[in-house]
Design a protein around this ligand. Structure first.
Ligand code: ADP
Ligand code: MG
Length: 243
């Protein structure tokens, strides 16, 4: 190696990292209309590796539409989306297949000799180690949403797209899920776009807030508080024993 011309090897050894290289999602000029109504009107955004970004906006502002475009689920949009790495999506409804057991829902479409172990680990990770043989209909709403989260995380996504994942839950279960998300974030290495209309949730869980308004990102701001980032946080302290 010492005989090689350093000028030739340098780009491989120490590439210049730009913001774009660190991004797991880069979207430019995303435009989406339904009939005469332009819902997204040139949205630009970038999500960096490991970053949790909350997407806020009024009902009907186009949050779900944008998430679907980023997830590659909407072929009717204009603009450019670049993602690096694996993407997983969690919706407000769990969308588990009712005719498959919980473990089979999690493993759906995956292969590999250690799949059973990975599935068990994912279930244990969301506090449902003993429910792999259950049917989705036997779960509570909160449990089903945990399984949906496990199904996403077992894929070891680089980017997790979540569309109001906790909104359908009652207040206590929502808080539990927020605490769970907070813990999982420390255990996994994902970036996330978290669509929510709950500002408190955004402040609790996100590093950065985006506000969608009139088809564009009207605000892009870091979470202003030096808010706690560890599992010992007072905010979740009382909940830890439930997790
Ligand atoms: P949000 O998630 O912010 O509440 P949506 O992205 O679901 O908003 O919807 C934004 C707008 O686009 C709404 O006016 C909605 O009615 C419209 N819309 C979304 N999907 C469709 C569709 N498939 N066909 C027609 N209109 C749609
Ligand atoms: Mg929506």
């Amino acid at each position: 190696r010492s005989e090689l011309n350093p000028a030739t090897t340098a780009p491989d050894v120490a590439p210049d990292l730009t913001a774009a290289d660190l991004a797991v999602v880069t979207a430019r000029g995303i435009t989406r209309a339904f009939g005469d109504t332009t819902v997204l009107d040139g949205v630009d955004l970038r999500i960096r590796r490991g970053e949790v970004v909350a997407l806020l906006g009024a009902s009907g502002s186009g949050k779900s539409t944008l998430l679907r475009v980023l997830a590659g689920l909407d072929s009717g949009a204009d603009g450019e989306v670049r993602t690096s790495g694996r993407t997983a999506v969690v919706f407000q409804e769990h969308r588990l297949l009712p005719w498959k057991r919980v473990a089979d829902n999690i493993a759906l479409g995956l292969r590999g000799p250690d799949l059973a172990r990975r599935t068990s680990a994912a279930l244990a990770g969301v506090g449902l180690a003993d429910r792999g043989r259950a049917w989705p209909a036997e779960l509570s709403g909160g449990q089903a949403q945990r399984v949906a989260l496990a199904r996403a995380l077992v894929r070891e996504p680089d980017i997790l797209l979540l569309d109001e994942p906790f909104a359908a839950l009652d207040a206590l279960n929502r808080l539990r899920m927020q605490a769970l998300f907070f813990r999982l974030r420390g255990e996994h290495d994902f970036a996330a776009l978290l669509v929510t209309h709950d500002v408190n949730e955004a402040l609790l869980l996100a590093d950065r807030l985006l506000v969608l308004e009139d088809g564009r990102i009207a605000e892009d701001t870091p979470v202003p508080l030096p808010h706690p980032r560890t599992q010992d946080d007072p905010g979740f302290g009382a909940l830890r024993r439930h997790l």
